[in-house]
Design a protein around this ligand. Structure first.
Ligand code: NDP
Ligand code: 8X3
Length: 252
């Protein structure tokens, strides 16, 4: 039997990389995307030998680059069964009155518009085949707003709304749309948010056991492998020490 195909955005680190590996272990051939070409190239060594890997290097903010990369996918890779819209990040954590325009642009352009640009190219493929699964990685920041989270939370609330909109509009075509909303996951996320400040970033995950990217990937793999008539539409997942966006028990 031919292998199914999963395209994962942001597969160069964290949740995306772990998801590419988890889906390859389910037997999917993987299309891995991201900006860091070197990281995409070394992914092959982490997948089972018999799994196919196609790498596409582009910035999700660049709609022409997204279109070019996805329209250039070779025929044998075009029937994408699963899209994982994972690429995203936070930039800065300032009160709204002192936020930077560059940070705001980055978060809206990557987390919201980037997800839309990629989906725009792939939805027609799924619609034509009347089949497919789209997993959008939201966040607890898309369900709650926390101090200084302002624009990041806004971008993830947008992801939540877009996910629900996709589920409604794609319903006639038998396409499953799944929202995954993690709490604190130890990845490069905080390093990016705090612009490379490792001390500040490490502090976020100190004093409790955070989720690992593999925990989220395992949940995604479970969600995409449900029977045809079942969709896990919306999943919020926390480390056990976390009870809400702002309540984390750091005394365990
Ligand atoms: P990482 O920083 O480890 O990974 C982010 C991924 O997104 C990288 O592969 C990066 O690839 C890719 N990416 C970022 N910007 C762009 C861009 N402009 N174009 C293409 N790819 C891009 O963080 P996480 O794994 O934690 O983040 C993955 C998703 O999970 C994000 O959407 C994040 O908001 C969400 N999330 C994270 C949580 C956490 O606590 N870590 C909790 C809840 C949600 P590259 O730099 O190579 O382009
Ligand atoms: C990432 C989790 O709590 O930093 O989306 O917003 S949080």
């Amino acid at each position: 039997m031919e292998r199914k195909i999963a395209l994962v955005t942001g597969a160069t680190s964290g949740i995306g990389k772990a998801t590419a590996i988890a889906l390859s272990n389910l037997g999917y051939n993987i299309i891995a995307t991201g900006r860091r070409k070197d990281r995409l190239e070394i992914l092959k060594a982490e997948l089972p030998d018999d799994i196919g890997l196609l790498t596409l290097c582009f910035d999700v903010r660049d709609k022409e680059a997204v279109k070019k990369a996805i329209s250039g996918i070779p025929d044998q890779w075009r029937d994408i069964d699963v899209l994982i819209n994972n690429a995203g990040n936070a930039h800065g954590m300032d009160p709204i009155q002192s936020g930077s325009l560059e940070d705001w642009d980055a978060m809206i352009d990557i987390n919201v518009k980037g997800l839309l640009y990629v989906s725009h190219e792939i939805m027609p493929i799924m619609i034509k085949r009347k089949s497919g699964i789209i997993v959008n990685i939201g966040s607890i920041a898309g369900k709650e707003v926390y101090p200084n989270g302002n624009v990041y939370c806004g971008s993830k609330h947008a992801v939540d709304a877009i996910t629900n909109g996709m589920r409604i509009d794609l319903n006639p075509f038998g396409i499953k749309v799944i929202g995954i909303h993690p709490g604190l996951v130890k990845t490069e996320f905080s390093l990016v948010r705090f612009k490379g400040d490792a001390n500040k970033s490490d502090t976020v995950y100190q004093g409790f056991e955070p989720l690992l990217p593999e925990d989220v990937a395992e949940t995604i793999a479970f969600a995409v492998s449900r029977p045809k008539h079942v969709v896990l539409a919306d999943i919020v997942m926390f480390p056990t020490a976390q009870a809400s966006a702002t309540i984390v028990n750091k005394n365990q």
